[in-house]
Ligand binder design. Structure first.
Ligand SMILES: C[S@@+](CC[C@H](N)C(=O)[O-])C[C@H]1O[C@@H](n2cnc3c(N)ncnc32)[C@H](O)[C@@H]1O
Length: 259
């Protein structure tokens, strides 16, 4: 199941029940100027709220470049920092510096028992070689300029959650975490403030529900067939209450229909 919200994630996150999320992926604006929403770093206040939403043993993952590493570290209790190397980034002709080709993946865990489904072989190291996907650096296209690879999110989600767990992405952009989550049989809650990018996320996640992944088990079922977990039921009940009170409206929400 998945629920998507088109709006500001800070009040949205505050409307969610405590201890209802197993993993929060925080891909905040880096302040690199790749779009209007990226003129300066923002979203650091989301870390404290995310922490209050996590179940015992839950995880926060954040991505960032080296220039904001200190600011992100300052709002996290970092357990590990993974280097994500992007071998297919184009080299620039007139670059008078080391070519930028790495980001960091910061991991924090809350309480016990911690979920860690150890990846196999090379994938278990601190150093991940994962190619960026098409659309990245393509400022004229419809693709989100900061889209993360689905493979990156699959590694994070499959390692730190189990099937049926709930993944939250408050800065979902084009919805990559949602694509990975539903293909791995996790529930997903996503938020995106931009009216331009929200439909892209919605469309990608809906398509992912209908396209079983090569990486999921053969018995992968549509999330619509899976009865809601207690955590999910609590979330949807909370949404209904919020809407009735008129405190905040869930717009663009996509709830699966029975089929
Ligand atoms: C770095 S991008 C995320 C990219 C995403 N991980 C993907 O793979 O497409 C950050 C996103 O956060 C959104 N954003 C910024 N401030 C927000 C807020 N307060 N609430 C919700 N979304 C926000 C931006 O519009 C942008 O799409």
């Amino acid at each position: 199941m998945f629920t998507l919200h088109n709006g500001d994630c800070i009040p949205f996150m505050r409307s969610l029940p405590p201890k209802s999320i197993h993993l929060a992926f925080l891909d905040i604006p880096y302040g690199l100027g790749v779009a209007d929403w990226d003129k300066s770093i923002s979203g650091l206040e989301a870390f404290e709220i995310a922490r209050s939403l996590l179940v015992d043993g839950g995880s926060i993952y954040a991505t960032c470049t080296f220039h904001i590493l200190d600011q992100v570290r300052a709002v996290m209790n970092v357990r590990r920092i993974i280097s994500w190397c992007k071998p297919n980034l184009p080299l620039r002709k007139n670059m008078q510096d080391w070519e930028w080709s790495t980001e960091f993946v910061l991991w924090e865990t809350i309480g016990e028992p911690r979920v860690f489904n150890k990846p196999q072989g090379e994938a278990s190291r601190y150093y991940w070689r994962i190619h960026v996907e098409n659309g990245f650096l393509n400022k004229d296209g419809n693709d989100h300029p900061a889209r993360k690879p689905v493979q990156l999110l699959k590694r994070i989600i499959s390692t730190s959650t189990n099937e049926g767990d709930v993944v939250l992405d408050p800065f979902m952009g084009s919805g990559t975490a949602g694509v990975a989550a539903v293909q791995l049989d996790r529930d997903f809650i996503g938020c995106e403030i931009s009216a331009k990018h929200f439909p892209e996320a919605e469309s990608r996640i809906k398509s992912a529900v209908l396209s079983p992944s090569f990486f999921t088990p053969a018995n992968n079922r549509l999330p619509l067939d899976v009865p809601g977990s207690p955590a999910q039921q609590a979330l949807f009940a909370a949404e209904a209450e919020v809407a009735e009170d008129g405190v905040s409206e869930i717009t663009g929400g996509v709830k699966p229909q029975n089929v």
